[in-house]
Design a protein around this ligand. Structure first.
Ligand code: COI
Length: 393
């Protein structure tokens, strides 16, 4: 127990230097009991859990689990972690988040396919990314123990509401926002970190994605906040989302903010293409979010003997490759979406570039490999999943 706690503390310490996966052998399984952080349990949670029934049809992110976690930050310190029944929160109208969008979040999933688990996938990676986002948005780091404990406790008390069908999960949404009551443009000195959860099904309805190449607007710029999981980045994508929808398409593909030439990401998902049987994906930069699914796919593809190329991807070269048959497939990936094959790319003018393997030949192999690990159906050779012990009141 002691060793595990020591591990958690040391990786927090190393955060600024490098990524966890670069410094630690991947032989460690996180354990809820190894985290000593005290939790104050609101007695009303018991009733909230008792009165909750998991609906048959879940959708994505609309059904909310009955328990949430919350902890406040003030005077340079994190306070006591609380578990509360899911419900409205109160905030002053001059809370800084409402005016200056000082807010970040994460997306994670807990799985319980066939009744085993719950399992959580690479949560330490979400913690590392959360703190990276926090730094960019002038927000405090949250210690690993606190971040993980809040997530694990919500999963533990909602274990009965983690869906059991393959492809479904309990989607966790850790987030932090500025609560200081003041209108001056200065970083907030008060924050709240919360974890809410949503028993969810697929992010997309069946079928390949139709994707608009956004050649005009920009989601992010060099030196901006694109690599951070900040609410503002998603807000910046919404106008294009309306245009995309009005064109009868489903997703927006963003190009680099400066030259509108190189593929970046898809607001909430990373992009991959199969070109000459290799897997190509945009090389990370400060305007692309470093997806944990992206990183896992790269590893799994290499395990399958697929060459993975991370590079600047010129959109017009990709279109040529689609037209001449060198690019046979493309897909989007992310925590929520898992892996979603792309049917075709399209211009605002209506011109379409259909993908030969729009059903996702490579995408489906990688999706199944990834899901099988996440759902605990195969040996977890990289120790990507951790088990959370269910708790009852
Ligand atoms: C996720 O995949 O978790 C995301 O953050 C995408 C979206 C739901 C915002």
């Amino acid at each position: 127990m002691k060793t595990k706690l020591t591990f958690l503390i040391s990786y927090t310490f190393f955060f600024d230097l490098t990524l966890l996966s670069d410094i630690m052998p991947q032989t460690f399984k996180l354990n809820l009991d190894s985290i000593m952080t005290h939790v104050k349990l609101d007695p009303a949670c018991a009733n909230a859990v008792k009165n909750f029934t998991l609906p048959e049809n879940l959708g994505f992110g609309t059904v909310m689990a009955p328990v949430m976690a919350s902890v406040s930050y003030e005077k340079g310190k994190w306070g006591e972690l609380e578990l509360l029944p899911y419900g409205p929160i109160s905030m002053y109208p001059n809370a800084k988040v409402l005016h200056y969008a000082q807010e970040i979040f994460e997306g994670m999933k807990a799985y319980r396919v066939g009744g085993q688990g719950p399992f959580i996938f690479r949560p330490e990676q979400n913690h590392l990314r959360f703190n990276k986002s926090a730094e960019r948005m002038a927000m405090p780091h949250i210690p690993a123990e606190l971040f993980l404990k809040a997530c694990f406790e919500v999963i533990a008390y909602c274990a009965d509401f983690v869906p059991r069908r393959s492809g479904e999960s309990l989607y966790l949404r850790p987030f932090m926002f500025a609560t200081e009551e003041a209108l001056g443009i200065k970083p907030s000195e008060k924050f709240r970190f919360m974890v809410i959860a949503s028993p969810s099904g697929s992010y997309f309805s069946a079928g390949g994605l139709s994707v608009l190449i956004e050649r005009h607007g920009a989601r992010a710029f060099p030196g901006g906040t694109g690599y951070a999981k900040a609410g503002g980045n998603y807000a910046a994508s919404l106008l294009a989302a309306i245009k995309t929808k009005n064109l009868g398409l489903v997703q927006t593909l963003w190009l680099d903010g400066r030259d509108k030439k190189y593929i970046e990401e898809m607001s909430g998902m990373n992009f991959f293409a199969v070109i000459n049987n290799e897997l190509h994906t945009p090389q990370l930069n400060d305007s692309i979010l470093e997806g944990i699914t992206r990183k896992s796919i790269i590893q799994l593809a290499k395990d399958e003997g697929i060459t993975v190329v991370e590079r600047k991807m010129d959109i017009d070269e990709l279109i040529t490759d689609i037209k001449n048959g060198h690019c046979t497939e493309a897909f989007a990936c992310g925590t929520a979406a898992i892996i979603a094959p792309i049917d075709y790319l399209a211009e605002e003018t209506g011109e379409r570039y259909p993908l030969l393997h729009h059903e996702g030949k490579v995408a489906n192999v990688l999706r199944e490999k990834l899901l099988a690990i996440q759902e605990g159906r195969v040996k977890d050779k990289y120790n990507w999943i951790s088990v959370v012990e269910p708790k009852t009141f």
